[in-house]
Design a binder for this molecule. Structure first.
Ligand SMILES: [Zn+2]
Length: 393
């Protein structure tokens, strides 16, 4: 374990622990099962990487949902193989609890190798002139008063430019409606030119408007990409509009429950939705209660987006059948293949187990196709999948 700890800084990927596995099946049987894991497979976590540096500034960032979070800027240091110049402080309350000051020497650690955070403030080394951090009362981006929401600060201004650019970037991302080629720089250009102030505005952009900003070629591509994104599914549109606590999984629950955007907007906001947490439900309710949000959804419908989601059909041709996809299929993307199978009532799983009915294998299928043969599970190619799908229509 210690030797792995020393060696890991030379590895080209971050590592937060090691699993030691006994391969010998007889030895596995002898070691047996512990209370929550087999004794022959043990996971060890490395202690977090830590290093000292000095805080040079505290800046306040405005997120997509208006949350204003403090970030400590520090003298750059190397930590876990990466250069670190900022550390998260989570929220206003934590800054006050820690009484962190600019000029403080601090210990920074990477928890689970993800976001660096401040582990400790070396108070005895604090410079005498270090002043407490001022908590902002107005949004650093738009100047509107901030709402003081328990431990957090929030900018409630729906037109706040910081939120707007992040909201648009999220809207067009692959998790959202997926407009290819529309990155943060182009979004800034569109905002600066006053062409876009909410997602629906994207669908009114013309090549003539965009050409002076990005050139004719890019303008044409962009307009085509925006048009293509009209075909988005309901679950991705719900993800795209960025409702707090409604990520892709919750969006999918909402989408299959309601089936259309109109039904979501008409929904009885008090009703229970199977599979959706109470907090996510409350956020959806709060979102729909805001007139400006409803108007934005209506404008998306008016712009030609009409996303629908069919409920998984229990009576479909593939009802009760489970599939694992592997390799590159001839003409379908994985996402499309999954959608077709699910539309026919089938289920797509990530893990290959004995309970899986079919493996659909394309080019370079990897170990799953081999293992399927060993388990006696039929392996289909794309053509066979298509004939299965069209079996009863
Ligand atoms: Zn603001």
């Amino acid at each position: 374990m210690e030797s792995y700890g020393r060696a890991r800084s030379d590895w080209p990927f971050p590592v937060d622990g090691v699993v030691i596995n006994v391969n010998d099946v007889l030895a596995q049987a002898e070691l047996g099962l512990g209370t929550d894991a087999p004794r022959w497979a043990v996971a060890y976590k490395f202690p977090p990487d830590q290093t000292k540096t000095r805080v040079t500034a505290i800046v306040w960032q405005v997120g997509r949902t208006g949350l204003v979070t403090p970030v400590a800027e520090v003298e750059p240091i190397t930590l876990g193989g990466a250069t670190v110049a900022r550390a998260t402080l989570h929220n206003r309350a934590q800054v006050q609890r820690l009484d962190l000051r600019v000029g403080d020497e601090v210990t920074i650690e990477k928890a689970g190798e993800i976001v660096p955070q401040i582990a400790e403030i070396l108070r005895d080394r604090r410079p005498s002139d270090a002043a407490p951090v001022e908590i902002p009362t107005v949004c650093p981006q738009c100047g509107e008063p901030l709402s003081d929401d328990g431990p957090t600060l929030r900018c409630l201004n729906a037109d706040c430019p910081a939120q707007l650019s992040r909201r648009l970037a999220h809207f067009v991302s692959d998790a959202g409606v997926g407009v290819h080629g529309l990155g943060p720089a182009t979004i800034s250009t569109l905002l600066a030119a006053g062409l876009v102030s909410e997602p629906a505005d994207l669908y009114a952009l013309t090549v003539a408007q965009l050409t002076p900003l990005v050139g004719a070629k890019v303008a044409e591509k962009l307009v085509a990409a925006v048009a293509e994104s009209r075909d988005v599914s309901l679950e991705r549109l719900i993800t795209a509009v960025g409702i707090p606590r409604i990520g892709p999984a919750a969006a999918r629950v909402v989408a299959t429950h309601f089936g259309s955007l109109e039904a979501v907007m008409r929904s009885d906001t008090e009703a229970h939705i199977e599979g959706l947490s109470g907090t996510a439900r409350a956020e959806l309710r709060a979102y729909l209660a805001f007139e400006a949000n409803r108007r934005q959804l209506e404008r998306l419908l008016a712009a030609g987006l009409d996303p629908r989601q069919t409920k998984p059909t229990t009576g479909g041709v593939l009802a009760g059948r489970s599939f694992v996809l592997t390799g590159r299929l001839a003409s379908l993307t994985r996402t499309d293949a999954r959608a077709l199978i699910e539309a026919a009532g089938g289920e797509v799983r990530d893990e290959l187990t004995r309970q899986v009915d079919f493996v659909v294998a394309g080019e370079n299928p990897g170990a799953k196709a081999e293992n399927a043969k060993l388990l006696g599970i039929p392996v289909l190619d794309e053509a066979a999948l298509r004939s299965l799908l069209s079996a009863q229509r």
